[in-house]
Design a protein around this ligand. Structure first.
Ligand code: HEM
Length: 488
């Protein structure tokens, strides 16, 4: 910051004579309406907040770069992945999910892991979490699910009965519930956790050949989690603990890093794999589809201004570049609508022009006007298409790849109902100490549930994942495993 003081001005740029005393009628008189600087200052202050994100409201962001370390051009024509050594500037926002903008960082919750790559062919957003799976697998259930995570409409308190009622009636959540209740449910810092794209995406190469892909960001700081008691203490003493940690680490030059890997599935395997590979409640076996290194992400610069860069950042799974396309995952398909819609409401229709969201390459289209259009709005250039005035033209080589569809259009559930094997496999992978903490976390979370039938229904799911898992939770809650589960 320069030491030379600038003149204070009004928002319309004229010098301010007094910024400490309102204009009054006489020394003790009432304030005059002609103090327009005062009116403007108060009115602007009243409008300082924009709606917080309906989910993932509390977060922290950082700038950095992504560098390719392995050639994946045989799988995707995405320009930013086209050659080893290529560097792309990026911005990331980490977040919790359920809490409000001022809520504590060290709570048990998934963490958002939203990355914006400013590629030479437009922005690419990878809007994932620190978990490879999700609680539900159809977007139509998302608003109901989130209602149970937010506050009760009458008491304005968190409602564990609603949480476990929904989960027990949506057994596809079991895998993610097991991850959430495990040690990984409270990361030590944003730096000590992995990130996942979670959904399956499609990569298309220069020849038009496609594969299915899943993304894994592995932390180079190592995975570290917080002890439950310490997390509770920090939530009271330093609710911004993770935000502070990220800022301070970058400020002192300790730049956090992640390696990006992908799993690649040949297109045709999707028809024969042992479960639906577009089901976001499942992970693909790494024995079947091993991790392939892609590159490294380094965070090396803090935002200059939180509101401008972090609060106004808009990420969407629909912000894609040539070579990266959606899969038929029903959750992902719903998200392709939900995010841009949220941005138009939360930030405004021209949100993509704000410096944090603007593509670094040239943006040319026929969109004009709208609230807060603060660039030149296309000036006098041609504003419709087709036109005879050399306006920007489409590039057919960038069309999305075609794909076959078949079947009857109707509301159909997923055809795979094994919600138990992967949750059970995860339980069996844990050490005895990890199992004990998992069970304790679940028991403590379920204790306040007001209805026994809900607890029993959920115990049944844990039991089906692994009899020991279900039995230990039943014991912890002073209940018995329901007879029909114990028999099966
Ligand atoms: C934020 C909707 C599932 C990760 C949001 C926002 C909405 C939303 C409306 C706020 C956006 C904004 O105001 O800028 C949905 C819907 C889902 C869904 C409808 C299911 C159909 C998921 C899943 C993941 C995820 C499966 C992760 C794999 C995130 C992240 C953010 C977010 C990381 C915060 C982005 C940021 O930092 O600005 N979601 N979401 N969401 N969602 Fe989702």
């Amino acid at each position: 910051m320069s030491n030379e003081r600038k003149n204070l001005t009004t928002s319309w740029g004229s010098p301010v004579g007094d910024n400490q005393n309102s204009i009054t009628a006489g020394a003790r008189g009432p304030v005059l309406i002609q103090d327009v600087h005062l009116l403007e200052k108060l009115a602007h202050f009243n409008r300082e907040r924009i709606p917080e994100r309906v989910v993932h409201a509390k977060g922290a962001g950082a700038h950095g770069y992504f560098q390719v370390t392995n050639d994946v051009s045989q799988y995707t024509k995405a320009d930013f992945l086209s050659e080893v050594g290529k560097r792309t500037p990026m911005f990331i926002r980490f977040s919790t999910v359920a809490g409000e903008l001022g809520s504590a960082d060290t709570v048990r919750d998934p963490r958002g892991f939203a990355v914006k790559f400013y590629t030479e062919e437009g922005n690419y957003d990878l809007v994932g979490n620190n978990t490879p799976v999700f609680f539900i697998r159809d977007a139509i259930k998302f608003p109901d699910f989130i209602h149970t995570q937010k506050r009760d409409p009458q008491t304005h308190l968190k409602n564990p009965t609603a949480v476990w009622d929904f989960w027990s009636l949506s057994p596809e959540s079991l895998h993610q519930v097991t991850i959430l209740m495990s040690d990984r449910g409270i990361p030590a810092t944003f730096r000590h956790m992995n990130g996942y794209g979670s959904h399956t995406f499609k990569w298309v190469n220069a020849e038009g050949e496609a594969v299915w892909v899943k993304y894994h960001f592995k932390t180079e700081q190592g995975i570290k989690n917080l002890d439950v008691k310490l997390a509770e203490k920090l939530a009271g003493e330093n609710p911004d603990y993770h935000t502070e940690d990220l800022f301070n680490a970058i400020e002192k030059g300790d730049f956090p890093k992640w390696k990006l890997y992908v799993q690649i599935m040949p297109l045709e395997d999707a028809d024969t794999y042992r479960f639906d590979p577009f089901d976001v409640t499942k992970v693909w076996s790494q024995k079947d589809y091993p991790l392939i290194e892609v590159g490294e992400m380094v965070l090396d610069r803090n935002p200059e201004n939180y509101f401008a860069e972090v609060e106004q950042a808009t990420f969407s799974p629909g912000t894609l570049v040539p070579g990266i396309e959606p899969s038929p995952d029903k959750m992902l398909q719903g998200r392709l609508f939900a995010y841009h819609d949220a941005h138009r409401y939360r930030v405004g229709t021209n949100h993509q022009m704000l410096p944090i969201n603007r593509a670094k390459n040239e943006v040319n289209n026929y969109q004009r006007d709208g609230a807060m259009r603060f660039d030149t709005n296309g000036g006098g250039s041609v504003y419709y298409e087709p036109n005879s005035f050399s306006g920007p033209a489409e590039t057919p080589e960038n069309k999305q790849s075609g794909f076959a569809v078949s079947g009857v259009a109707e509301s159909v559930p997923y055809d795979h109902h094994d919600h138990y094997t992967q949750a059970g496999d995860l339980y069996r992978l844990l050490s005895e100490e990890e199992r004990t903490r998992l069970v304790e976390n679940i028991v403590n979370a379920m204790k306040p549930v007001e209805r026994e039938d809900i607890k029993l229904r959920q115990i049944g799911h844990f039991y089906k994942a692994d009899p020991e898992y279900g039995t230990r939770i039943a014991e912890g809650l002073g209940l018995e495993v329901p007879k029909e589960e114990a028999r099966s």
